[in-house]
Design a protein around this ligand. Structure first.
Ligand code: DGJ
Length: 726
């Protein structure tokens, strides 16, 4: 059992293999966060070693027994209304107009395994021995409102999944204004706030800034998790590197408005809050109703960012992603988007497929433009009926012909959207998200469907499922190309309109659950104008995600490096596209683009018929090589050896069982020709490793300590090594 309760001391000690998380109940009332970090053997008592110090002035004394204030205490689930002036995790309004909540400890329960979160994505266990769960109930005595704090402690991964269920067991209707998923306290401020910022075509660049007194936060108000700020934050010691230093990771398993906030108070302690963004949020809880927050996955690493990432990769790859493709080999695909955009017909697609088949590609994906009258992005979203001018014999015929060539067939959808120029909009102009009397602001000439309405969710499920049933479709790319504006739904009464953003997210989760469970053999790839909604919540439904619309090899190094902070390589769609690159105009060698794409979920996004014979030979070799190494890349442990955010080169290493894949990329050549030393990690020092191309053998200790030397002679040059352990 990884959770121990010390009754006399009223201490809960949660232990993963290498970490400890300690909670204590002060005077049977106040639930305090006492410690999170490297695993410890014991934690004696709260009062022996109280984790705060400070001047009481202007901190009202609401813990009179100890002449103390909750403003100074590390409250585990801080609520608004009394003496704690820091940002709360919980804030509610009551029928009398007041918003004072005083949560006090009520009870606890410890059980084996981990419960499902109803309607929400979450990490899971396959056997109850994999995790233990602690549930602590807090109670607001005056109103009867309870907060049940849940902690699932994984037994073989250094991760703790936290969430909260608010239960209104009183007899009045309350309005939740803030209900976050997790609060943690760090007892000094010598940390950097590390997060992943971005935009369309520049997703997840690593940002670091020192904590200062006051608040620092990232958030989304776009109804999706967004390109702009991934729902993730790390608190890292300023000296932390890939291999050293304390790093705390907080990854939010949610796809909507989120907030990751750190507040450093006047005593220099840091409170880390993560949850649904309280901005624009309110949730009505009638008597006996419950509100379940999404989960946050916490990890602590004493060996820098690399270990943090490997914990997320392992957990998410094996216990967040579900379904057949969690473990099965993923196909190498070709997508026609950058090859044709909207300008295609059956002949063109079959020509691309035929060439793709001849080089060993497994799956042909038909992207946007196959339905309605969609010859540009200004119409037809919502009309999921094949365009017979482009595909006279329909999807079934095309899919069957692709199958007959020996390849699988995949199809693009953007089901959450509606074009004003569509039959669907003409029939149901009120189905889009809108507020009566206000402008309906288009983005990419499209509006969003109101997924808070059951009949609209049914329409999406029915229309996507009927296409999937009509043809041998093995893969779906599920796109989402805008963020929501003018939030409102006619399904909601005025007092529930502020529930819209979260209800939208619950709506898309329900739709995805219904569709994916009906088609367990179909591989789903998420997409939102590239990696706009590439979050842990989505991985519960889609085992892979289109990482970015930016397919330039150089830009992709940074995008994949940043994305890999949390997301495993098996989830990151990465394709070779044409040069000059369509997004940035850069020309890089085919080999370089290949080595970059092979570091993720490999595929192509161009018309192979435009390549020379010599290039086609390279493509054949690439497909063959990727099929040989895909297990290592997709299931291996990732070591980031050189970062594109820090230098002219990038290097990644994947270690899986007895094989190692090492990549090295030179972005810019150097005039003074000093060599770059790359030291490998994670090997068996006593074992021998043979470079399968050259036959050269090195010891693990040599590769890890002496390393390999690389010359940065040429812009956009790259190497990929496969080592076999002897
Ligand atoms: C945005 C996606 O990210 C692209 O890959 C492509 O599918 C287009 N949408 C199609 O409209």
């Amino acid at each position: 059992m990884s959770i121990t309760y010390f009754e006399k001391e009223q201490i809960f000690h949660l232990q993963t293999p290498n970490t400890s998380y300690v909670l204590g109940v002060l005077d049977g009332k106040h639930l305090l966060h006492l410690y999170y970090g490297k695993r410890i053997d014991e934690y004696s008592s709260i009062l022996d070693n109280f984790p705060i110090a400070g001047e009481l002035a202007f901190s009202p004394i609401d813990v009179p027994e100890h002449f103390m204030s909750t403003n100074m205490l590390p409250m585990e689930y801080p609520c608004y209304g009394s003496a704690d002036f820091r940002s709360p995790a919980f804030h509610a309004e009551y029928e009398d107009g007041s918003s004072v909540t005083c949560f006090e400890y009520e009870s606890y329960e410890i059980f084996k395994g981990k419960k499902k979160l109803s309607g929400l994505p979450a990490t899971y266990v396959e056997d109850e021995s994999e995790a233990d769960t602690l549930e602590i109930t807090l109670c607001d005595r005056l109103t009867g409102v309870r907060a049940v704090l849940s902690y699932s402690v994984f037994n073989t991964v250094d991760a703790i999944a936290k969430s909260v269920c608010v239960k209104n067991l009183g007899n009045q209707t309350i309005q939740l204004k803030t209900a976050l998923s997790s609060t943690v306290h760090l007892f000094d401020k010598n940390y950097e706030f590390v997060h992943l910022e971005g935009a369309w075509a520049k997703e997840r660049s690593i940002q670091k800034r020192p904590l200062l007194n006051g608040s620092m936060q990232i958030e989304s108000k776009r109804v999706t998790s967004s390109h702009h700020h991934s729902p993730f934050v790390a608190l890292a010691r300023p000296y932390a590197t890939e291999t050293q230093g304390d790093v705390y990771g907080f990854s939010f398993v949610y796809s909507g408005n989120h907030i990751e906030q750190v507040e450093v108070n006047e005593f220099d302690t840091a409170r880390v809050n993560v949850g649904i963004n309280p901005f624009g949020f309110s949730w009505q809880l009638t008597p006996n109703a419950e509100f379940q927050t999404p989960e946050v996955v916490l990890t602590y690493s004493d060996c820098g960012f690399g270990k943090m990432s490997r914990t997320y990769h392992k957990l998410y790859r094996t216990r967040l992603v579900r379904g057949k493709y969690r473990d099965e080999q993923r196909p190498v695909l070709i997508n026609n988007w950058e090859a044709t955009y909207f300008d295609f017909n059956e002949e063109k697609i079959l020509k691309i497929a035929s060439k793709a088949q001849s080089v060993g590609i497994d799956l042909m994906v038909l992207d946007d433009g196959w339905f309605g009258k969609r010859n540009s992005d200004n119409c037809s979203l919502g009309d999921w009926v094949v365009d017979r001018t482009k595909l006279p014999d329909g999807i079934e015929s095309l899919a069957t012909k692709v199958n007959e060539m020996g390849m699988k067939f995949g199809l693009w959808f953007e089901p959450e959207m509606i074009s004003e120029d569509s039959d669907l909009y003409r029939a149901h102009p009120d189905w889009c998200i809108h507020v009566e009397g206000r402008n309906r602001t288009p983005a990419r000439q499209q509006l969003m469907l109101d997924l808070t309405r059951a009949e609209i969710r049914d329409y999406i499920v029915d229309s996507v499922c009927s296409v999937l049933k009509s043809a041998p479709i093995s893969y779906v790319k599920w796109d989402m190309n805008r963020n929501a504006t003018e939030l409102g739904s006619k399904s909601l009464p005025p007092e529930r309109q502020q529930e819209f953003a979260h209800r939208y997210v619950l709506g898309i989760y329900e739709v995805m659950e219904r569709i994916t469970s009906q088609f367990p053999d179909v591989l789903f790839e998420g997409c939102s104008g590239g990696g706009g909604r590439f979050d842990a919540g989505m991985l519960y439904y889609y085992p892979q995600y289109w990482t970015s619309d930016n397919t330039d090899g150089v830009e992709r190094l940074s995008i994949q490096h940043g994305t890999g902070m949390v997301m495993p390589a098996s989830t990151m769609g990465a394709h070779i596209s044409a040069v000059p690159n369509h997004q940035v105009g850069r020309t890089t060698p085919l080999t370089f683009r290949g080595h970059v794409a092979m570091a993720g979920q490999f595929g192509y996004e161009l018309d192979l018929n435009t390549l020379s014979d010599e290039e086609i030979e390279i493509v054949k070799e690439q497909v063959k090589l990727y099929k040989e190494i895909r297990d290592v890349v997709q299931k291996g442990e990732l070591y980031r050896l050189a970062s594109p955010f820090e230098g002219r080169n990038t290097s990644w290493e994947y270690v899986y069982e007895d094989r190692v894949v090492l990549t090295y990329y030179t972005i810019r050549a150097r005039s003074t020709m000093g060599k770059t030393c790359i030291k490998l990690c994670g090997l068996d020092g006593d074992a021998k490793y043979t470079d399968t191309a050259s036959g050269k053998t090195y010891s693990g200790s040599y590769l890890m300590n002496v390393g390999l030397y690389f010359e940065d002679k040429k812009d956009y040059s790259s190497q990929l090594f496969v080592f076999q352990k002897q």
